[in-house]
Design a protein around this ligand. Sequence first.
Ligand code: FPP
Length: 251
Amino acid sequence: MTNLIDKIEKSKLPKHIAIIMDGNGRWAKQRQQERVFGHENGVVAVKETVEAAAELGIKYLTLYAFSTENWNRPKEEVDALMSLLVKTINQETKTLNDNNIRLTAIGDLQSLEKETYDELMTAINETSNNSKMTLILALSYSSKWEITNAMKMIAEKIKNNEIQPDQINQELISSYLTTSNIPDPEMLIRTSGEYRISNFLLWQIAYSELYFTPKLWPDFRKEDLYLAILDYQSRERRFGLISEQLNNLFN
Ligand code: FPP
């Protein structure tokens, strides 16, 4: 039997995959455990996915690790998630370096607790020269926060006469988002059988292929990423054009 990985066309890989990692709480509940147990096991899935993406040659992988709205969860869960993040980032910096993976983050990073922020910045600095893949953690991120923030910065420039209103175009808006140096994801994956975007990369996923799987995040493994990529490769991406126009463009 051919392995799933061998069916993937290496010349047609998405450059950027974004993932909404969902279902940790339900995974723990199914096992009569605290929600934190689900997050801890979610780290196993994070490691598998990062490894699989890097091995395949994916250039950018964005993981939605903590949303602006997640701050409203019970304090003990927020605290546990933050210390899990600090611990994981700290433990994995060497592996990221060994595998030539650059870590970066998007979101309202100033709102993170000092320890989390410092640990994150250390790992970002220590991996900044790596070039095989960029791993982007979305932390205290929400798309509406990001777009509002971009609007404020543009408004300030207009007020100071540094930008004229007729200079505002899609490129300019993109350059004020936290993803300014990152290409838009060709593909967005959400686990746990929920069909929502949950305030994630709303601007950037305008043309992304959406892939939903019932798997709960702690159960997500390399093969699940391969299945998602195979599904992506079976689709025709038209960007608003018709098939014949695409054939003319690419043949
Ligand atoms: C969603 O499941 C998951 C989160 C809010 C946190 C994701 C965090 C991790 C996987 C661990 C650390 C990550 C890194 C990058 C080191 P949920 O709690 O909403 O699950 P539920 O919908 O079943 O309640």
